[in-house]
Design a binder for this molecule. Sequence first.
Ligand SMILES: Nc1nc2c(ncn2[C@@H]2O[C@H](COP(=O)(O)OP(=O)(O)OP(=O)(O)O)[C@@H](O)[C@H]2O)c(=O)[nH]1
Ligand SMILES: [Mg+2]
Length: 273
Amino acid sequence: MQWFPGHMAKTKRLIREQLRLCDAVFELLDARIPSSSRNPMIKEILGTKPRIVVLNKIDLAEPGQTRTWESVFIDEGHPVLKVDSVRGTGIRAVTAVVQKAVPRTGTALLMRPLRVMVVGIPNVGKSSFVNRLVGQRSARAGKRPGLTRGKQWIRVGRNIELLDTPGVLWPKFEDPEVGYRLAVTGAVREEVLDVEDVARWLLNWLLANSPTALKKRFDLRALPGECADLLDLIGIKRGLLLPGGRADRTKTAAALLKDFQEGRLGRFTLDET
Ligand SMILES: Nc1nc2c(ncn2[C@@H]2O[C@H](COP(=O)(O)OP(=O)(O)OP(=O)(O)O)[C@@H](O)[C@H]2O)c(=O)[nH]1
Ligand SMILES: [Mg+2]
């Protein structure tokens, strides 16, 4: 798996450089994998900069577990936001949390907007989150022409400036399970994945944690124990076939991952506290 291409090393440098200009950081985590989506390099880069944990994609995660994870991060000393950046759930609370998280010392800080950098793994929803925040105030911003905007800094209302950054992963997953969780939730580009292997991992997870979701989605009365069989069964059910009538495992695996990523199998949290 090649999940740490050159541009990620570049992003790491960008984060380091821009951090000096920032008052705080939004650490976007995927609510389905709050621990696996946490980049261990980020902690070391951010140092003591105030960090606001944003649990994004809460619409895809199991709500009870999201609350449990929220308390874990609060206990660590971070403010926590629970957000669905597509529908906008939780967005209204953001501004107040930022204002509270940044210690206001010195007049200089009061004279300019707060600068907050958005960091997170690929596909976690950083740009959606930024767009949601901007959209909320776009009418108001439109009434004040003449505002100069930097190329990368995006103004939110009067008080906050955001810096969207590209997604970063880290070079080595210590725990292979973390790699699988990142893969099934869509953080790793499909071209570098063995989709069949990842889909089998997901099927095993669902068999162990929510067999009824599988039965319901694919209209199966009973589940075979063997994962390869189950993948074939799903392929046949969905009509994803090779010439000759066998299931097309590659296509079936990709379709299953898509179903999971779009929430069609249900709401799941893969990381346990
Ligand atoms: N269901 C759901 N989907 C979301 C949410 N936030 C983002 N998405 C989807 O996730 C995908 C990635 O969103 P982006 O905002 O592009 O993610 P990103 O972190 O900016 O990705 P990179 O820039 O590639 O690192 C898109 O298909 C979004 O629609 C959310 O809260 N819920
Ligand atoms: Mg983006």
